[in-house]
Design a protein around this ligand. Structure first.
Ligand code: MN
Length: 195
């Protein structure tokens, strides 16, 4: 049994304005994430999944096509918690030097991340991951998550329409720019690069 307060926002719901409105955060976390938690609780009731951690549920359900609904809801909880923790209000940290080294420049990293996020057709996420020794930008569809593909998540951007439609309507590119230029918590990114 999972509850929303186990996956709290690291800031108040109005903290990311004007880039992401209070209404979007309240709907995204308070309705969408709460819905995934409610669905997951119902799906795992009286199953072996009830005894597992969230990550264990994701890893196990990914192996079984008949447990796709369990995977989808569990992975969405993980992906959203990661996404919300990758942003901060009035962040001042600098982009880590390891990213500049890997992508040539901060501008080049942002361009590649933006191009990837803009090109994602339908719903999904754009991620910076560590894959072996390499830093890579990858897209995942729907609820899919790099942790079932042997990749370590460093940063992600939710590009499901519910993430931006109230604030940006069809202008996903503007949402991506706000994320990269005004919202990313580079301290969170640095911590994920360390371990
Ligand atoms: Mn979302």
């Amino acid at each position: 049994m999972f509850i929303l307060s186990e996956f709290p926002l690291p800031y108040p719901t109005d903290a990311l304005t004007p880039y992401i409105s209070q209404e979007t955060i309240e709907t995204h976390h308070g309705k969408h994430v709460a819905g995934y938690i409610n669905n997951l609780n119902n799906l795992i009731e009286n199953t072996p999944y009830e005894e597992m951690s969230l990550v264990e549920i994701i890893q196990e359900s990914a192996k079984k096509t008949e447990d796709k609904k369990i995977f989808n809801n569990a992975a969405q909880i993980y992906n959203h918690d990661f996404f919300f923790h990758g942003m901060c209000p009035k962040c001042t940290a600098e982009i880590p030097s390891e990213i500049i080294k890997a992508f040539g420049s901060a501008e080049n990293f942002k361009k590649q991340f933006k191009d990837s996020a803009a090109a994602l057709f339908g719903s999904g996420y754009t991620w910076l991951v560590r894959d072996g020794d390499e830093l890579k930008i990858v897209n995942t569809k729907d609820a899919d998550t790099p942790i079932v593909r042997n990749m370590k998540p460093i940063l992600n951007l939710d590009v499901w329409e519910h993430a931006y439609y109230l604030d940006y309507k069809n202008k996903r590119a503007d949402f991506i720019d706000s994320f990269l230029n005004d919202l990313v918590d580079w301290n969170f990114v640095s911590e994920n690069l360390k371990n």
